[in-house]
Design a protein around this ligand. Structure first.
Ligand SMILES: C[S@@+](CC[C@H](N)C(=O)[O-])C[C@H]1O[C@@H](n2cnc3c(N)ncnc32)[C@H](O)[C@@H]1O
Length: 300
């Protein structure tokens, strides 16, 4: 998830896992909330013009073990097989749900990818969990959203090896700052190496912790904190700011009524929550594994 936050809210720490379980998003890997990569801009009550972009990780954990656990009907088995195939394709580098190889290659050829991002993507491809990385097209969209908003402050919940955070950091102005929350130290080491290599390390405040803890620290003295990351991020972004959640299509599983494993249901529920949440306007974009862009409408 990404968001725009006010400068004074810049200390972060998190617990993606909690985000997921609390908000009915898949727990582990990404931490949660529906797999998200949420791009949130804006911050809580502030009279200043908050210009920050917050990015939080995805909603779902892309652990394969979860992908094959659904109902026992043959249709469900077929859906599980299709999902497993989609995950495998993502792991191998094709990260656009529903696209043919030919179309994905065309899409990739039309993304402006910074050379350091390309190096990072190539190193990540050989790593465990590489399917978790957002697609170059998604990262480009996140960076553009940050620029459109004039974001000065961003938060990412779930950094992994840093692809989306690096893309956003590159798009931020020199005065911009990104709080990058990740619980896995080894992933963070890779991310930090590439922040340095791209010359943006000074813009990134790395938080090696559970994202919820980090986010709570950003909400000074507020004892009425919500349990879920989404709610935490809603507090942190300003009115007009964005929260972007990744993996909302969950390899297509959310659309198949025969697939009813715990993670799929949690993402479906989270999508429904967003659909009915009149505090934000939303746009579900079928890019990568699906991203929902939420724009905060009212002060919370
Ligand atoms: C889908 S990946 C993020 C991918 C990233 N946006 C990219 O472009 O490469 C989700 C990440 O969230 C991390 N994560 C999961 N739960 C977390 C938590 N509670 N706190 C912090 N990080 C968490 C995982 O370790 C994983 O690296």
């Amino acid at each position: 998830m990404w968001g725009l936050v006010d400068a004074k809210l810049i200390r972060v720490s998190t617990t993606m896992r909690r985000f997921a379980s609390a908000s009915s998003l898949p727990p582990p890997a990404p931490a949660t909330a529906a797999q998200a990569a949420a791009l949130r801009f804006g911050s809580a009550a502030t009279t200043r013009v908050p210009r920050a972009l917050a990015l939080t990780a995805s909603t779902c954990p892309w652990h394969r073990r979860h992908l094959c656990s659904s109902s026992s009907s043959s249709s469900s088995a077929a859906a599980a097989a299709a999902t497993a195939a989609a995950v495998e394709e993502a792991r191998q580098g094709r990260k656009q749900l529903g696209a043919t190889t030919q179309l994905y290659e065309y899409l990739l050829a039309n993304v402006r990818e910074h050379p350091v991002l390309k190096e990072l993507r190539e190193e990540t491809a050989a790593m465990r969990g590489s399917q978790m990385q957002v697609s170059p097209a998604q990262a480009q969209l996140l960076a553009m959203l940050a620029q459109i908003l004039g974001a000065q402050r961003c938060i990412e919940v779930g950094v992994y090896t840093g692809y989306s955070s690096l893309a956003v950091a590159l798009a931020l102005p020199e005065s911009g700052r990104l709080v990058a929350c990740e619980r896995d130290e080894r992933c963070l080491e890779v991310a930090k190496k590439y922040y340095q290599r791209a010359g943006v390390a000074h813009k990134v405040d790395v938080k090696h912790a559970l994202a919820a803890d980090s986010l709570k620290l950003l909400i000074d003295g507020d004892k009425r904190m919500y349990e879920e990351y989404y709610e935490l991020l809603l507090k942190l972004v300003r009115v007009g700011g964005l929260i972007v959640i990744d993996n909302v299509l969950w390899y297509g599983r959310v659309a198949d009524p025969l697939v009813n494993d715990r993670k799929t249901i949690s993402i479906r529920n989270f999508n429904k929550k967003l659909l009915e949440d009149n505090r934000v306007s939303i746009s579900m974009v079928p890019i990568g594994d699906g991203m929902t862009i939420c724009r905060k409408l009212v002060d919370t």
